[in-house]
Ligand binder design. Structure first.
Ligand code: ZN
Length: 141
């Protein structure tokens, strides 16, 4: 990528580049003959595009950024109480949860766990499950 000063037919020299940190990029180029300056601004998407193409600006490659944003980490697995105040399950509740079909158990478990967590319920019991089911309008879970 080069810029030419149309008046002088000279290649403009890279002068300054700013990476404010929000993904935008500003670069200025100056004509060595007449001093005319042009600036190039890219939005985060364009900056990614430019860097993924390996275009060098001012002799240095823009640090590559992953094209895909990093996904949020998953919830911790396991039946025991989680490290971030996840509610525990009483024996009765675990038994009842075990009767939920495999393919929806994880989802059902999370619905109840979220329900309990939001309400500050430390232990999920069948009674809590009944209340949650009624409140959330869940049937057969
Ligand atoms: Zn010029």
């Amino acid at each position: 990528m080069k810029f030419l000063c149309v008046d002088c037919d000279k290649q403009m020299a890279f002068e300054e580049r700013q990476l404010p940190g929000d993904g935008t990029l500003a670069a200025t180029f100056k004509c060595p003959a007449c001093g005319r300056v042009v600036a190039m601004l890219t939005n985060p998407m364009e900056t990614q595009l430019v860097s993924s193409l390996g275009v060098e600006i001012g002799g240095r490659t823009v640090p590559a950024q992953p094209l895909e944003t990093v996904r949020e980490g998953g919830e911790p697995r396991g039946d025991a109480a989680g490290p971030n105040g996840a509610p525990t399950w009483s024996a009765d509740a675990q038994e009842r949860l075990a009767r939920v079909p495999n393919f929806v158990r994880g989802m059902v478990k999370r619905i109840y766990a979220d329900y309990a967590k939001e309400r500050g319920i430390a232990e999920i019991t069948p009674a809590v499950m009944d209340t949650a089911r009624a409140e959330l309008g869940l049937e057969g879970m």
